[in-house]
Design a binder for this molecule. Structure first.
Ligand code: PHB
Length: 360
């Protein structure tokens, strides 16, 4: 019987166990949107994860939407990330980088020359973001022109190339949580006409072009993807999530991606939103490759899910923040540290690199 603690191969990436650290925004980047020494230590402490999915990282200056997130668009950022990947590899771990474009979830004060955020639409989201002046409503976006899409795809391609140059084992394309790619996917946001709006095929076009570019650049065996069919975070659900994500996964299947990572239910919230069923197993049967699940998994549920073969891996978010040695604690059935929720976003070492491990 397969357990959570058995090795697994994800495309080109060999993992020691089936426990992943989910991508987690911590807003501790230093000047120049680079991971600093504290971030090196943070990931080093968590390197016993089978796979670390490093935090969502903007692919270009225009792709950022929150203060102090580490980017992957220039050589200085590549050099800074090298310090992270080196320590994780020295500890025997594996690490991929999550490639991020926030779309309309941004604010002019965070963008170069006070640019406005770009999206599939010019409709403003009902959401806030964190800036130098604290939490503020997001800015009114402008809809990308179709002739700007090739440049956007190039930003993803360069980010993937940079991630490999930085020593990452691969990348995870962030197509979840109502950021740019999902702003194209969902008919609740995408009000375009033309090749990127209207039908499901058209709304999925951007995502598939990104996947084509990234896999063409670094290989499908180094490329994973994250989806969140039932998350409302900053946008309503699609009018037919099962049909939309069913099509998306059907189109993704032939690429032979390293893995598909699905957030079940509402991100960071309920796993089974009231009266809104979704058949994740149907997506898995279509995808066929390594299947990673996430969202509020307890130890028991994670053990059971892998033992039953319902998923190949489980990603943990908040438990990995407060338990650098989460893999050992899950193996031993040990108590978990409490999360200090007021230290999640921004700040210093406290609530970041000072969580205790179990005594030897
Ligand atoms: C956040 O910064 O709140 C955030 C970032 C990336 C996500 C979800 C939430 O995918």
């Amino acid at each position: 019987m397969t357990t959570l603690f058995d090795p697994i191969q994800l495309g080109d990436i060999a993992l020691a166990n089936r426990i992943a650290m989910a991508p987690l925004t911590r807003n501790r980047a230093v000047e120049g949107n680079k991971p600093g020494p504290m971030t090196v230590e943070y990931y080093r402490q968590r390197a016993t994860a089978g796979l670390i999915i490093a935090e969502a990282s903007p692919i270009s200056p225009t792709a950022q939407g929150y203060l102090d997130t580490p980017g992957i668009w220039n050589d200085e950022q590549v050099a800074a990330w090298q310090s992270v990947t080196q320590v994780v590899h020295a500890e025997g771990g594996k690490i991929v980088l999550q490639l991020w474009h926030v779309g309309r979830i941004s604010h002019t004060s965070l963008l170069p020359d006070g640019e406005v955020p770009v999206s599939s639409t010019d409709q403003v989201a009902n959401a806030s973001t964190f800036t130098r002046d604290g939490f503020v409503p997001v800015s009114q976006p402008r809809a990308l022109r179709d002739d700007e899409i090739p440049g956007l795809i190039e930003d993803y391609r360069r980010a993937a190339r940079n991630a490999i140059a930085a020593g990452f084992d691969g990348v995870e394309i962030h197509a979840a949580n109502t950021y740019l790619i999902e702003q194209f996917l969902r008919d609740s946001v995408n009000d375009r006409s033309g090749p990127y709006g209207g039908s499901i095929e058209n709304r999925a076009r951007l995502l598939l072009e990104v996947v084509q570019a990234v896999t063409g650049e670094i290989g499908a065996g180094r490329t994973g993807i994250r989806l969140s069919p039932m998350t409302t975070f900053t946008a309503p659900l699609d009018s037919n999530p099962q049909a939309l994500y069913g099509y998306v996964v059907e189109q993704l299947a032939p690429f032979g991606l390293a893995y598909l990572h699905v957030i079940e239910g509402e991100t960071g919230g309920t796993r089974t939103p009231d009266g809104k069923p979704f058949d994740y197993a149907a997506l898995r049967r279509t995808f066929k490759g390594p299947w990673m699940v996430n969202n509020g998994y307890s130890r028991d549920l994670a053990l059971q899910t892998v033992a039953d073969g319902q998923a190949d891996l489980v990603a943990f978010g908040r438990p990995f923040i407060s338990n650098p040695d989460l893999v050992r604690r899950l193996r031993d059935g040990a108590t978990l540290n409490e999360l200090r929720a007021d230290k999640l976003y921004g700040g210093g070492a406290e609530g970041y690199i000072d969580y205790p491990t179990l005594a030897a």
